[in-house]
Design a protein around this ligand. Structure first.
Ligand code: F6R
Ligand code: MG
Ligand code: MG
Length: 367
């Protein structure tokens, strides 16, 4: 049997330029130096440095399997090293995803986000890596559902014999730390009860049903329940394999022609449209947003990441971007009102406990 390759995408925000918009080139350079060294020493087979907004993504192939302490340790060290550069350049929230002394009014996430999969390379292996900023892991639920369970998106589910049996979705409950497998299409209605609530139930992996082949993996990070609120919107990443009995590349990117509403944006406390953008436009500025996603296409061969192709650098996504901007205008006009602002229990920032305490004596019984 052929040897397996592992694709790991590990991302972190170790300092923003300016505020939480972008990453300074000096940090990207440091990440690239570290990646190049790791390839030289043989730890990595190949790599690509990705970026979206204020997040750096290390896209790595290797032979060490998922959850490898060597690979995760390398990523941690790389982010620490980039943090040193961030400090030197006075970057905002330097080391915010890593260090306890990070300066940021924002609550810290749980650390770097990770999406990984291990598989035997097919004769040709087209892979799409998605990176999102200013949103949470559940943001992938709707597009993954469309790719792997909705025949209005993926005609292959109907007319490709290799996909016709459907896919198995592994869904995690981020609050109670439980997981469940849904076999689709037969479990679609049951599954939607859960994944339609993406702040809590998140699709972690998707497998092809007839041979259990891994098809997609996302980063899910635990949300902390602290002081009556969740912390750690995590700017998630996702890996999707495609073609030859998996959704075609066009079916994988098609869901993003609809800029669906996600949680995140300013202070991790607002709903906004997920805007698909080219690498050139990957820096959220307006009201720290709107949330956005970039898409890196690779042909993987013998572990080499041939790419990336900038998949959303295509005029066929202009309407999605225009719609996203119209939705952004519409939602912004709600100001601090729901549904633009998230419900109280889902906001990353809240002054509710302090305000409640201050007003405690002014509340009186009503009918
Ligand atoms: C959202 C995000 C930003 C910050 C905002 C305030 O995920 O990162 O919108 O929440 O810029 O940041 P602080 O509290 O660091 O001033
Ligand atoms: Mg940031
Ligand atoms: Mg970010």
């Amino acid at each position: 049997m052929s040897e397996k390759i592992t694709l790991s995408v590990i991302k972190a925000d170790v300092g923003g330029y300016v505020g939480h918009c972008d990453v300074h080139p000096a940090l990207l350079e440091r990440a690239e130096e570290k990646l190049a060294e790791a390839k030289k020493t043989g730890l990595l087979v190949d790599y690509c440095r990705g970026k979206v907004g204020d997040d750096i993504a290390l896209i790595m192939t290797h032979k060490k399997g998922i959850d490898s302490p060597d690979i995760h340790g390398f990523a941690w060290e790389t982010f620490k090293s980039a943090t040193e550069v961030a400090k030197k350049y006075g970057q905002y929230g330097a080391g915010q995803d890593l260090l306890s002394d990070a300066f940021s009014g924002n609550v810290r996430g749980m650390g770097p986000g990770v999406a990984e999969m291990e598989f035997v390379e097919r004769t040709s292996e087209p892979i799409i890596v998605f990176l999102a900023d200013k949103t949470e892991p559940g943001a992938w639920n709707l597009p993954l559902f469309k790719m792997f369970a909705d025949p209005f998106n993926t005609i292959g589910l109907i007319i490709d014999a290799k996909m016709h049996d459907g896919f198995v979705f592994e869904v995690h409950d981020l609050i109670e730390h439980k997981r469940i497998l849904f076999s689709c299409p037969e479990d679609v209605y049951d599954m939607l009860v859960f994944i339609g609530a993406p702040s809590r139930y998140v699709i972690k992996n998707v497998y092809r049903k007839n041979d259990n082949e891994i098809a997609a993996a996302t980063s899910t990070q635990r949300l902390f329940l602290l002081a009556g609120r969740y912390i750690g919107k995590d700017d998630p990443v996702m890996i999707v394999r495609s073609q030859s009995g998996l959704p075609a590349v066009g079916e994988v990117v098609e869901p993003f022609a609809f800029p669906h509403t996600v949680a995140g944006w300013m202070r991790g406390s607002h709903h906004g449209p997920m805007m698909p953008v080219s690498f050139e436009d990957d820096h959220p500025t307006r009201f720290d947003g709107p949330p956005r996603v970039v898409s890196l296409g690779f042909q993987l061969t013998q572990g080499q990441l041939v790419g990336p192709r900038d998949m959303f650098d295509d005029p066929s996504y202009d309407n999605a971007r225009k719609l996203a901007l119209d939705v952004a205008d519409y939602l912004r006009r709600h100001g601090p009102f729901e549904p633009h602002r998230l419900p109280l229990e889902e906001m990353e920032y809240t002054t509710m406990p302090e305000v409640m305490a201050k007003l405690a004596t002014r509340f009186e019984a009503s009918e």
